[in-house]
Design a protein around this ligand. Structure first.
Ligand code: SF4
Length: 230
């Protein structure tokens, strides 16, 4: 995603990251994929969450990892067997891509650029695996994060537009902490805020930790569509 320098200049009201990360440490949900740094397990969770809600993913995530505990186990199976284990989640292209990926590599790389060359891994998923599994300072932007960042930093931009998406990536890269551990918490926190507080249906500004520095706080807005999986 190309950087948008004009949008990047909009970024960084003081205290945003500090407020965000402090809130996350107090309010983060205990989700199974947050208990692991195994890159394969992180990837499975990210693929499942792309189109499916958290409540449906949790039991399937455990079942899938029991049947396919490693990337090697996926590679040894047939595409049909992987799709069978994926049943109930839909969007089977994700399962087929996981199988194709497992046949390409025995270990997931930590570098986002290398991850993006693998089947089914786009910019968001590459950032998520690099950040959540390897604690690399890699930015990530999905629908929830794009919505949060544009509301906070660039309220005139629609996060669903190409310009809004470019701006969100530029802002995400600019505000990312430089150390991997802080970047991990920061990325998780952005996604959690989009899932729980600054949602597509309603912005709960009254209980939002970044309200003092948000340029959209309390503003009336039309409902926007959002990512289902978080
Ligand atoms: S103050 Fe409101 S609009 Fe701004 S990030 Fe928080 S919930 Fe979203």
């Amino acid at each position: 995603m190309p950087a948008d320098r004009s949008a990047a200049r909009l970024a960084a009201p003081a205290g945003f990251g500090r407020r965000l990360r402090a809130w996350y440490r107090r309010n983060a949900r205990d989700l199974p994929w947050r208990r692991t740094r195994d890159a394969y397990q992180v990837l499975v969770s990210e693929l499942m969450l792309q189109q499916t809600q958290v409540g449906r993913v949790i039991p399937k995530y455990g079942e899938f990892l029991t049947r396919f505990p490693t990337l090697q186990a996926v590679a040894a199976a047939t595409p049909a067997q992987v799709c069978e284990a994926w049943s109930g989640l839909g969007y089977y292209a994700r399962a087929r891509n996981l199988h194709a990926l497992a046949r390409r590599v025995v270990r997931l790389p930590a570098d986002p650029a290398a991850l993006r060359r693998l089947p089914g891994i786009g910019p968001y998923t590459a950032g998520a695996v690099a950040s959540f599994a390897y604690e690399r300072p890699a930015a990530l932007v999905d629908t929830n994060v794009a919505r949060v960042l544009t509301r906070v930093f660039a309220p005139r931009l629609d996060p669903r537009s190409a310009a809004g998406r470019r701006a969100a990536w530029a802002i995400a890269e600019r505000i990312l902490p430089h150390t991997g551990r802080a970047a991990y918490v920061h990325n998780q926190a952005l996604m959690e805020l989009g899932a729980l507080i600054c949602t597509a249906r309603v912005a709960h500004c009254g209980r939002c930790p970044v309200r003092p520095v948000c340029r959209s706080a309390g503003a009336p807005r039309r409902p926007r569509t959002g990512r289902a999986g978080r």
